[in-house]
Write a protein that binds this ligand. Structure first.
Ligand code: AMP
Length: 280
């Protein structure tokens, strides 16, 4: 299928109004492009719940700090359109930056709660304000019934879910399990930055946190499991931002080991920052 491409809010609203007039329900899949099977899986999951799916592609400058990879973030519009079309996506919204941040734009959506859990927010302080501001806009611009987000970005999923609830946005945020390479590495647009050797090392992040989850299930205390996973990654040459276990819903530090738990990690291999998480 060839998805319909729209680049302006006016065109987006025209097209979605037609769907509404036909009584169709639709899902939105917000992305920054460089589409891979993690993204197309979200499209497929959207199609299980709704009649139509819109993917959005917007590399959001507000969620990058000055020293981060905004300029070199991988861009491939033609390939993205083809992959999303093959996944059955009906429409792709590729907004011109003016459609998102028109002249005079001065509103920021800021959350407490999961956005201030001391995880990504501690290392990328600008990140969640950028995410929540653009996602609030994409929700209201598309008017979708469902929004599909990956568990790959677990804190982001919790932040966006909280925002939609707090602002009574009429959309259901759906979290979808992480799509992985055969060796366990989470699919990510940023994996293209890894050298051949780093790509080999990278699988250790998933194996270290999965092993920690197993050891916790087997009775090891939470702190020892985290210390041991951190040591493993350091020994393999990672620079570790965090390896931590949190309450899977609130992301606060657990009081008891029988709470629902999630292990979250972020670590650098050379110039590439990888994040991953697993349930316990
Ligand atoms: P991004 O384009 O990287 O900002 O990601 C767009 C959406 O795709 C977010 O909801 C991500 O969590 C999701 N996503 C990215 N990688 C994966 C993956 N490997 N598995 C599932 N979802 C993913």
């Amino acid at each position: 299928m060839k998805p319909k491409l729209v680049r302006t809010l006016a065109a987006l609203r025209r097209e979605t109004a037609k769907w509404r007039a036909e009584g169709l329900r639709y899902a939105v899949v917000p992305t920054m492009g460089a589409i891979h099977s993690g993204h197309t899986h979200l499209v497929a999951e959207g199609l299980k719940r709704a009649d139509r799916t819109i993917a959005t592609i917007f590399v959001n400058p507000k969620q990058f700090a000055a020293h981060e990879d905004l300029d070199k973030y991988p861009r491939d519009e033609e390939g993205d359109v083809r992959k999303l079309g093959e996944a059955g996506c009906h429409m792709i919204y590729l907004p011109n930056p003016d459609e998102i941040y028109p002249q005079g734009f001065c509103t920021t959506v800021t959350l407490g709660g999961p956005a201030k859990a001391g995880l990504e927010d501690k290392f990328r302080p600008q990140f969640f304000d950028g995410v929540t501001t653009v996602v609030a806009k994409l929700f209201t611009q598309t008017g979708a019934d469902y929004a599909m987000f990956g568990e790959k970005d677990y804190q982001q999923l919790k932040v966006v879910t909280r925002m939609a609830k707090d602002l009574d946005l009429p959309i259901e945020v759906v979290g979808i399990p992480t799509v992985r390479e055969d060796d366990g590495l989470a699919k990510s647009s940023r994996n293209v930055y890894l050298s051949k050797q780093e790509r080999q090392q990278a699988l250790a992040i998933h194996s270290a946190i999965s092993h920690a989850a197993e050891r916790i299930r087997a009775g090891l205390d939470l702190q020892s499991a985290m210390t041991s996973a951190t040591r493993t990654l350091l020994a393999l040459g990672f620079k570790v931002d965090y390896v931590t276990v949190r309450n899977a819903e609130t992301l606060v530090l657990p009081q008891h080991r029988d709470e629902p738990l999630r292990i979250l990690a972020a670590a650098w291999l050379g110039k590439t920052r990888l994040i991953d998480n697993v349930g316990v």
